[in-house]
Design a protein around this ligand. Structure first.
Ligand SMILES: [Fe+2]
Length: 431
């Protein structure tokens, strides 16, 4: 997702959330954004370290703008905007809403201050509380939009962390977002292969629970026999690819990937740094020796694809991934656990490990509409559908994804060169 690659979408049927459950959920999600920003200084919150990233201050304002624009203005009678100029300033990419401030210039917005933006959040929250006290107003479309706004804010919570990591990585002092001493993580379980028979399967979301529109409609896919690796590729395994000249062998790379790594002198996933004969990796916990047992993180689709070719395998399709993951509980190393890095897989006796949490898993599937896909009407229809070109699907969530945000049908998407997200990969092969 570009910025919102993170942008997936809303199922037109909305959600089954009711007033009693929506109010505490709203309060919890809104509070979580401020908790994520709490360790950061005002200066930290103002920086935009690259065009793909946004200042923390902007994330905190834009998520409020979403509620103001799509929920309060159309559904709360008498609502007055906190500052009418914010309609343009914090619009991300909704052309139907009107003008927007250029994305690459978000870091130049020194004012409103962080204090002003926190006041903006409080203004929106107070109005939302008024709306949430009106059961009639909460019915139908408003409920669906509030649910979407909360899922949208959860997406931005992960983006705050990905963008903060990039921002801090630009500082030669290597400051840590969470300067926690972590114990060595141990060893990863051996990689095994789990075979699946050919089958006509169904993937995609259906039912009354929330899903973004890009997860619908549920539809049939035919899968040939395949095998899926029991866990994602580890840093230690990836070192073997580097040591074997993986980044210097054009036969392993897609053409665009080879051009990309040469144009940008890529020699490893993002935040890997040579340290004598070894490697360190900069993380939200600061710089530390590369954890050989942990999954590869910050690999691009091109790197994942090249590694898979080197290993005599391939990346799974999203239909293979979803079909294999669907029977498993959505459990793993998620944001709620407070561990701000991917951890090694733990063998709990199930054939597949680490499907959810730790790292988003690249698939070989282009981010495209499912058969019968339709965007929502109005500006909100811009949430997902218009990004369905030149991006690839990722599955499963990361350590920075809220657990309540994840499900087996969830489709994240980023361009093939993206490294700053928490992205790893799992191998597949034809069986
Ligand atoms: Fe957004």
């Amino acid at each position: 997702m570009i910025e919102h690659r993170h942008l997936r979408a809303i199922a037109p049927q909305g959600s089954t959330e009711t007033l009693p459950s929506l109010k505490p959920w709203y309060e919890s999600v809104r509070a979580a954004s401020l908790t994520i920003a709490a360790p950061l200084s005002d200066e930290d919150c103002a920086i935009q370290s690259m065009a793909d990233a946004s200042p923390v201050k902007w994330h905190l304002a834009h998520t409020s703008w979403f509620f103001e624009t799509f929920v309060l203005e159309p559904h709360l009678s008498g609502y007055r905007a906190f500052n009418p100029a914010f309609r343009m300033l914090f619009n991300s990419y909704y052309n139907a809403v009107g003008d927007k401030h250029p994305r690459p210039q978000r870091g130049l917005i020194s004012r409103p201050s962080r204090t002003d933006i926190v006041a903006y959040r409080k203004h929106v929250d107070a109005a939302m509380q008024s709306l949430l006290r009106q059961p009639d107003a909460i019915a139908g479309a408003a409920t669906a939009l509030i649910t979407l706004g909360l899922n949208h804010e959860q997406q931005h919570q992960e983006l705050i962390l990905t963008d903060v990591l990039h921002m801090l990585s630009c500082n030669p002092l290597e400051p840590a977002y969470a300067p926690t001493e972590l114990n060595p993580s141990g060893a990863a379980p051996p990689l095994t292969w789990v075979d699946y028979d050919a089958a006509l399967v169904e993937i995609g979301h259906e039912g009354s629970g929330f899903a973004f529109d890009n997860e619908t409609p549920r539809h049939r896919q035919y899968l040939h026999r395949y095998a899926l690796a029991s866990r994602p590729v580890t840093n230690g395994e990836y070192l073997g690819f580097i040591a074997d000249g993986g980044y210097r062998r054009p036969e392993l790379w897609l053409s665009e990937g080879w051009d990309w790594l040469n144009a940008h002198d890529v020699e490893a996933p993002a935040y890997w740094r040579r340290d004598g004969g070894g490697w360190t990796q900069f993380s939200l916990h600061g710089s530390r020796a590369l954890d050989l047992a942990a999954p590869v993180c910050h690999a691009s689709l091109f790197e994942a694809d090249a590694y898979a070719r080197w290993a005599g395998a391939r990346l799974p399709t999203e239909a293979e991934w979803e079909t294999s993951a669907a029977p498993y509980p959505v459990d793993g190393n998620f944001a709620e656990g407070g561990v701000l890095r991917p951890m090694p897989a733990a063998n709990r006796g199930a054939p597949l490990m680490q499907l959810f949490g730790d790292v988003w898993e690249w698939t070989q599937s282009a981010y495209a509409p499912y058969p019968g896909f339709r965007t929502a009407t109005g500006a909100i229809g811009e949430y997902n559908g218009k990004f369905m070109a030149n991006q690839y699907v990722l599955r499963g969530g990361s350590f920075a994804t809220p657990k309540s945000h994840m499900r087996a049908t969830y489709r994240n998407f980023f361009p093939a060169t993206a490294q700053w997200q928490f992205t790893g990969f799992r191998l597949a092969r034809d069986a």
